[in-house]
Ligand binder design. Structure first.
Ligand SMILES: [Zn+2]
Ligand SMILES: [Zn+2]
Length: 405
């Protein structure tokens, strides 16, 4: 899948658990789960002021054309700086602004088409400056053109920086394209701590969602024999713990809190890469969130940020776990947080938990719990509740709690 790959570094399994994220690029290890894991990202560089290190990060491409992509918001946040830093170091750059400025950037035929039309022959590296949308567009172009891409993150808002899937809009529908991993991920905390608070809280919601997601993975392992990797789970849990420990610093935009958040979001992507699928990052809370999103898009409304919806869905799924406790083994109980615990973690960070805040009405909320398991073929607590004929009662109970007058 990779075309600029040269080598991977062999490490042993325990090392990965004690590594800093900046050292995880290009690792490979034999794991107790029986698989050999590898991570095909060349460079992960996170920290304060790291944008100024771009010339060094991209030094292999100094003789080639660099295609920089941003929208008007991300230009102000970091794009201008990226351009200046590279120009000052004698890189040949070509820049494209992908939005018209009067609305949010939608990754549809028009925007993707513009991105391709402005691509000059002889381009050696794509540099996207942005978060979810720009990253998705750039990784899609990278996979189709075989030109590597670098993402300069502008907000710690979601966990897709290190993942290979690219959801784009085509014909009015959201389609998930298989794309490629980044050559480099550059996360400058000076930029990200200034991101809109809603985006920071969305990133936090996406991380809190991993708590139910990992419990779902374990549940499926116990009940269906699905592949499970203890090392990957520990890796993600460690990263979540740091975010949770610093949750109260997010609203104050504390550098440390923001750094742990972007590290955990990137690491979840890394974990997906190691597992070979999104199991370590996406469980029933994501299905619920996707269900709501599809219905909202079908109504022609603008969906709320991904992580905000995941954050709202997580205590709901935790409550489904609470209701099903008698039916699963101790190992799952240890991993499944209670709904109250999750709600407290959300509230203490200042993150929303009311479905009404994401524009969800009572019926849509209820249907999501009832039919969320149909979103994808991946065993979760929702499937167990359906199988045991409890889902209707649970969905009704939770909905009534959330929508009581
Ligand atoms: Zn493993
Ligand atoms: Zn997510």
């Amino acid at each position: 899948m990779r075309y600029w790959q040269e080598y991977l570094r062999d490490i042993n399994m325990d090392e990965i658990l004690n590594m800093q994220i900046n050292d995880m690029a290009k690792v490979e290890f034999e794991c107790s789960c029986g698989r050999k894991h590898f991570l095909d990202i060349d460079k992960i560089v996170m920290g304060q002021g790291v944008i100024s290190r771009l010339p060094e990060i991209l030094s292999d491409y100094v003789k080639e054309k660099i295609y920089i992509l941003y929208d008007q918001n991300t230009y102000r946040a970091a794009g201008r700086k990226v351009k200046e830093v590279l120009e000052d170091a004698d890189f040949q750059v070509k820049c494209t602004v992908l939005d018209s400025g009067d609305q949010i950037l939608i990754p549809d035929e028009k925007a993707v088409g513009k991105m391709f039309m402005e691509l000059e022959a002889g381009t050696g590296m794509i540099v996207a400056v942005g978060s979810g949308t720009l990253n998705d567009m750039a990784k899609y172009m990278s996979s189709r053109t075989k030109i590597p891409y670098t993402i300069v993150c502008t907000a710690p808002s979601m966990d897709g920086y290190a993942s290979s899937g690219a959801p784009l809009m085509n014909g009015g529908r959201k389609i998930s394209y298989t794309a490629t991993l980044a050559y480099a991920i550059v996360g400058d905390t000076d930029v990200m701590k200034e991101a809109p608070m809603r985006m920071i809280l969305a990133g936090y919601g996406d991380i809190i969602g991993k708590l139910t997601c990992l419990a779902d993975w374990r549940l499926s392992h116990e009940l269906t024999g699905e592949y499970y990797c203890e090392t990957i789970v520990k890796l993600v849990q460690k990263a979540i713990q740091k975010v949770v420990d610093h949750r109260k610093g997010l609203e104050q935009r504390q550098e440390e809190a923001v750094r742990y958040l972007i590290e955990a979001l990137t690491l979840t992507g890394v974990a997906m890469g190691l597992a070979g699928n999104s199991r370590p990052a996406s469980g029933a809370e994501h299905m619920l969130s996707h269900y709501w999103e599809m219905k909202v898009i079908a109504r022609g409304e603008n969906p709320e940020l991904h992580g905000i919806k995941v954050g709202i869905a997580t205590p709901v799924i935790a409550e489904v776990f609470d209701e099903m406790q008698d039916l699963f083994p101790e190992s799952v109980k240890e991993m499944a947080p209670s709904a109250d615990q999750i709600k407290t973690l959300m509230k203490e960070a200042g993150a929303p938990i009311k479905p009404q805040e994401a524009g969800l009405d009572k019926d849509l909320f209820y249907r999501g719990i009832l039919e969320g398991n149909t979103v994808r073929d991946r065993f979760s607590i929702l499937d167990l509740a359906v199988k045991e004929n409890r889902i209707e009662r649970i969905a009704r109970k939770i909905t009534d709690e959330y929508y009581q007058e």
